[in-house]
Design a protein around this ligand. Sequence first.
Ligand SMILES: O=C[C@H](O)[C@H](O)[C@H](O)COP(=O)(O)O
Length: 217
Amino acid sequence: MSDNAKKMAAEAALEYVKPGMIVGVGTGSTVNYFIDALATMKYDIEGAVSSSEASTQRLKAHGIAVFDLNGVSDLALYVDGADEVNRHKQMIKGGGGALTREKIVAAVAETFVCIADDSKLVTALGDFPLPVEVIPMARSYVARQIVRLGGDPVLRDDFVTDNGNVILDVYNLNIGKPIELEHKLNQITGVVTNGLFADRNADIVLLSDGKSVRTIT
Ligand SMILES: O=C[C@H](O)[C@H](O)[C@H](O)COP(=O)(O)O
């Protein structure tokens, strides 16, 4: 994994940004490169909607207007990173804890472009512990339910999401059927959402090794 690979994947996503657009912006170190690149087009676009306080701050620091998603009915493009992505363009996300807002913006967007260094491409999802955002008072209950599903949940230390919740990072889950597991986890009372982006997967994945960028469609 190299910073140059992240930067190249991020800059390649500019091709999907069109004049007048409001751009959906994800969260993380790869997206930070995208935000910096997007700043070069700030007079061409209308602005952005953001999936985290951190991305909002960075966008605003570049002078890019950030809109409330509730006022935006059509969002043509969402650009975000991933912790893992498979060849079906399904992902694990939430390493930075922004999974819920990311999933909301992704749900609204017409096209989801995932940007990543090529170390994120995996044959099977699941080496990366699956983040699950949980309402704080349900933490123990949800953890017990996840154990029943075969996972080993670990509370993320000293971390509160932008929504005021906690994160359980779940190890050793069998993610043989990602869409099924995504729905099953979301059925547990107290779960806000989980970091499987399998039902709403990416439409396009831009992967870089630091020398070139390849596209999975
Ligand atoms: O919550 C964070 C997000 O899902 C990120 O997009 C993900 O963790 C990848 O981040 P990075 O680009 O820093 O590897």
